[in-house]
Design a protein around this ligand. Structure first.
Ligand code: GDP
Ligand code: MG
Length: 598
């Protein structure tokens, strides 16, 4: 029967090790791309898409493979996002599979990024098929790489498939191994529907398109579905598979991977990891592992040109259509004017959003240093939550401040436990436990303040473990800490967008560092600019940006006119990402100086 012939898998690989090339070969060998009628359909779909101006990209394709045993198998190849900030999304994509192909470059060997995802796959009890790719290269060392796989991952690599995705060598064997090694999905078609959402995209024509893995039961157009995390109900308008374009089907059943549309208007309703069930015959409980994803860090986002405020709002709204984790609300800063307070999953997510806003929407932005959120008990008995340091009340009005703490799991090969512990201690970490997962890897667990790990913790970890550490963390709650607000004054005036909240024990050291960093980033002006760090009324660090020694244009007078013009143009370009704060011109980099103070 159908279920026995389904194989659901992902490809886990470091960037450039050949994942896309292997996927192309698999598509070719299974005739998913080459078939003439397929081709026509692909073109039709594209024409339609062009008319409607949309593209749907769901990270799963269905393939049909005729195996050596004469039977036809249904493969679902599920792609995983490659970003650290999205490790939760990776884990949900893997939870939609029974197996994973571990692809390692025969010349490069096992690399850090691979490890993090393999560990996730192992945690999910996936069957892993090791593949050593690029064996056609003269520098290939498949035997060495086999040993590495065994030592670094603790996986038997004696049966690894040797391939060249470039020449096609070994690919037929890969397909056979998918059939023989990766188990068929279990589950019961007669049980109430349980479908895992592992991806979702917004389509202006169909509303939200959910990528799901059906774990139990069956779903058809017309069914009334319910999302188990929030109880919202919708009527299914279409189900289907990506092959590789969307192809409608009569139903999706247990073991299937495909899409569901149900006139869902907002992607915020459809969180990755949630379970879809039937409203009239619901599952008893949701599938494991659902996590409400909430922003971890907040930053102020301001247009350099205040007139672009409305454009910025429209751009954020557009991005939000496809990014359920993006949150924002209006914010006003004395220094920077009107903008938005935006919540992000982490610093990489923040970078991605900034880049998209600037590139796709052509906006010039100033972003303030990221901050976590704080709970403040005030002396008048009220409690407030702030995610913007400038909003912290006066010290005399504060009874207690609590900051978010995380439980961090750091997985490393056991040679690197020492350096990892040293970094965690330095970041106010509290050691919890250490587990040996097998002969080679250790899971070190610490309680840490979130504010200490959002900046450079992961970079520090990586550089002191040759890149082999993987980090995962979740918020466990809030704890009272000895925290103070540090203000920065430029030319005697406090700049709200530069305020930070720091631990008392680190205040002096960090005040000095931020002042030094600002001195480097703020360019010389017509006048001297004193920079001060203050806690309350007390100045804890100071420095000065000297005035121009002489008019830089003076030496051009009477001289080379093009040189003068070049100089003026250069100054103008530099101004693009500058903001006048009072009388001082401050570049974007200055608002990130806090990142250099740790
Ligand atoms: P991805 O980043 O993992 O998706 O890697 P790609 O599939 O884009 O491959 C990265 C580069 O390696 C490309 O230039 C490919 O042509 C090349 N490549 C992939 N597989 C092989 C192979 O088996 N042999 C050789 N020599 N090159 C390969
Ligand atoms: Mg690729």
């Amino acid at each position: 029967d159908r279920q026995k012939h389904i194989r659901n898998f992902s490809i886990v690989a470091h960037i450039d090790h050949g994942k896309s090339t292997l996927a192309d070969r698999i598509l070719e060998l299974t005739d998913t791309i080459a078939k003439r009628d397929m081709q026509a359909q692909v073109l039709d779909d594209m024409a339609l898409e062009r008319e409607r101006g949309i593209t749907i990209k769901l990270n799963a394709v269905e393939l049909h493979y005729q195996a050596n045993d004469g039977e036809t198998y249904i493969f679902h190849l599920i792609d995983t996002p490659g970003h650290v900030d999205f490790s939760y999304e990776v884990s949900r994509s893997l939870a939609a599979c029974e197996g994973a192909l571990l692809l390692v470059d025969a010349a490069q060997g096992v690399e850090a990024q691979t490890l993090a995802n393999v560990y996730l796959a192992l945690d999910d009890d996936l069957e892993i098929v090791p593949i050593i790719n690029k064996v056609d290269l003269p520098s290939a060392q498949p035997e060495v790489v086999k040993e590495e796989i065994e030592e670094m991952i603790g996986l038997d690599a004696s049966e690894a498939v040797l391939t060249s995705a470039k020449t096609g060598l070994g690919i037929p064997e890969v397909l056979e191994r998918i059939v023989s090694d990766i188990p068929a999905p279990s589950g019961d078609i007669d049980a109430p529907l349980e479908a895992l959402i592992f991806d979702s995209v917004y389509d202006s024509y169909r509303g939200v398109v959910l990528a799901v893995r059906v774990k139990q039961g069956i779903v058809k157009p017309g069914d009334k579905i319910e999302l188990m995390s929030n109880g919202k109900q919708f009527e299914v308008t279409e189900v289907g598979v990506m092959s590789p374009k969307a192809v409608a089907r009569d139903f999706l059943m247990v073991g299937d991977v495909g899409y569901i549309t149900a006139s869902i208007k907002t992607i915020q309703d459809t969180r990755v990891g949630d379970t879809v069930t039937l409203a009239d015959n619901p599952a008893e409980k949701a599938l494991d592992g659902f996590r409400q994803i909430t922003p971890m860090v907040y930053s102020g986002v301001f247009p350099v040109d205040n007139a672009k405020f409305v454009d910025l709002r429209e751009a954020l709204e557009k991005l939000q259509l496809n990014d359920a984790s993006l949150e924002f609300e209006p914010e006003t800063s004395q220094a920077l004017g009107f903008g938005f307070r935006v919540g992000f999953l982490g610093l990489l997510h923040m970078d991605v959003v900034q880049e998209r806003l600037e590139r796709e929407f052509n906006l010039d932005l100033i972003m303030t240093a990221p901050s976590v959120d704080y709970q403040v008990d005030q002396t008048d008995g009220t409690q407030i939550t702030i995610d913007n340091p400038s909003e912290l009340p006066d010290a005399s009005e504060i009874k207690e401040i609590r900051e978010p703490y995380v439980k961090a799991s750091i997985m490393v090969p056991n040679d690197y436990v020492g350096p990892v512990m040293e970094i965690a201690q330095r970041k106010r970490g509290e050691f919890v436990t250490m587990d040996y997962l097998d002969k080679y890897r250790v899971n070190v667990i610490y309680n840490l303040p979130l504010s200490e790990i959002i900046y450079d913790f992961f970079d520090d970890l990586k550089s002191s473990t040759k890149g082999y550490a993987s980090l995962d963390y979740e918020i466990t709650g809030y704890r009272a800490s000895d925290l103070v607000k540090m203000d920065i004054l430029l030319n005697g005036d406090p700049v709200d967008a530069l305020s930070t909240i720091v631990h008392k024990d680190f205040a002096f050291e960090r005040g000095k560092a931020i002042v030094a960093s600002l001195k480097q980033t703020i360019p010389r002006q017509q006048f001297e600019v004193p920079i001060q760090a203050a806690i309350g009324n007390k100045i804890i660090a100071r420095s000065t940006v000297k005035a121009y020694r002489k008019n830089v244009l003076a030496k051009c007078y009477g001289g080379d006119i093009t040189r003068k013009r070049k100089l003026l143009e250069k100054q103008k370009a530099g101004k693009k990402r500058m903001k006048s704060v009072g009388s001082v011109e401050v570049p974007q980099a200055a608002f990130m100086s806090i990142l250099n103070m740790h």
